[in-house]
Design a protein around this ligand. Sequence first.
Ligand code: KIV
Ligand code: ZN
Length: 510
Amino acid sequence: MNKRIKIFDTTLRDGEQSPGASMNVDEKIRVAHQLEKLKVDIIEAGFPIASDGDFDAVKKVANAVKDCQVAGLARANKKDIDRAWEALKKGANPRIHTFIATSDIHLKHKLKKSREEVLEAAVAAVKHAKSYTDNIEFSAEDAVRSDVDYLCRVVEAVIKAGATTVNIPDTVGYAIPSEFGQLIKTIHDQVPNIDETVISVHCHNDLGLAVANSLAAIENGAGQVECTINGIGERAGNASLEEIVMAIRTRGDLLKYTTGIATENLYPTSRLVTHITGMVVQPNKAIVGANAFAHEAGIHQDGVLKEKSTYEIMTPESVGLSHNLLVLGKHSGRHAFKERIKELGYDLDDKNLEKTFVRFKSLADKKKEIFDEDLDAIIADEVIRIPDKYKLVYLNVSSGTVTVPTATVQMEVDGEMRQKAGFGVGPVDAVYETIAKITKTKSKLVRYSVSSITSGMDAQGEVTVRVEEEGKTVIGQGAHTDIIVASAKAYINAMNKLEYRKKKIWTDLP
Ligand code: KIV
Ligand code: ZN
């Protein structure tokens, strides 16, 4: 029988460490429910000691999720572990994930501790976590650059102390597959009590090898892989969940493993994470990129029309990508709308369905053909991106060849109505100046880009902005047929994220 590999999703923790990709509590809960639908085994919901917002998010996710384990991250000290447990304890299936670095580089420059001190701290942390739960994961941060014999000693000691999963991270994405596979094999073969634990791996993608390294680890004894949706994460990101899962599924002839993932939910999950984080997937990204199943060359198209397997190694349907591109128009009713939303993988309650239907109708009045991507943008705008503090109520702009661009903006700020007017060098600048006056923000706009969601003159424009304040960066997005409105929405989305992000205390995070 094929070995079952556990999928540990860290989109909400390591994924959220991507520059700009912060999520608020409600957005995290939404992603967590989608991950539950995807049937991941473990959801790492955050790092409770990092901020009150993170604590709250881990607590709410742990309480909301019933079908997966929920992990909270903690450094190897009592305070972090107590805080993590406080957040997790009422959940159906909590896991404490504690870590400390084991490489000499980290010991010398970051921790300023000896190998013996780190070993003692690791064991003490696991023992302390064990006073709360038996479900304990220990990570040896920067394992790949650690001395192998010392790493094996640490692994043996933490298993003895009660770690039920031992994670071997390639924290800086330095390993190559043959080397990483060998490291896992060494741990597997040399640590005497290794059978009492699950070996996990956590690979970063600095050299573009995170998925290859994870697969090499599986072939050498790893039973759990840590990964993220769309591969988001610190720096170049983490191993991409969808790529690992589909490699295992597609190459079952060579890789004798299975996962519990409901692969038809991969594409909807990818889209949800994109809409919430603002981290856009490159078109040629494997599995979930816009071109992943598009055949351009005539010779390929001809082959696929004759027999799909000529150029397709997996079906678009197997990852949840529907072929139904042209969907609805202005005469479509509630029923057709509801069905299409369901086919796209969204599970909206009546209130949100109604809200999005009204917006769909208004779009259909302006635009002849409504595509799946248009519906995605509406749902992202109306339902997925949840405003905390700032809401756009009203916007009026005048600009042209003979007027100074002027904007009047009305916003709700913490429930209170505020209105102001302002000028700018162009209409977007006027809107941004006015929003900045209302929010009194000190942030700086560092990038602005606009693209059309679908083709055609009546297409919706999607604006993405990158905003920075005191070294913290966030990404905001907004969509509308009027790009000035889309620009305002993107900026306000970024303001909301910044408010949330500012509350985080990123200390010596990995
Ligand atoms: O990259 C890393 O080492 C981590 C650990 C906390 C698992 O994120
Ligand atoms: Zn990491």
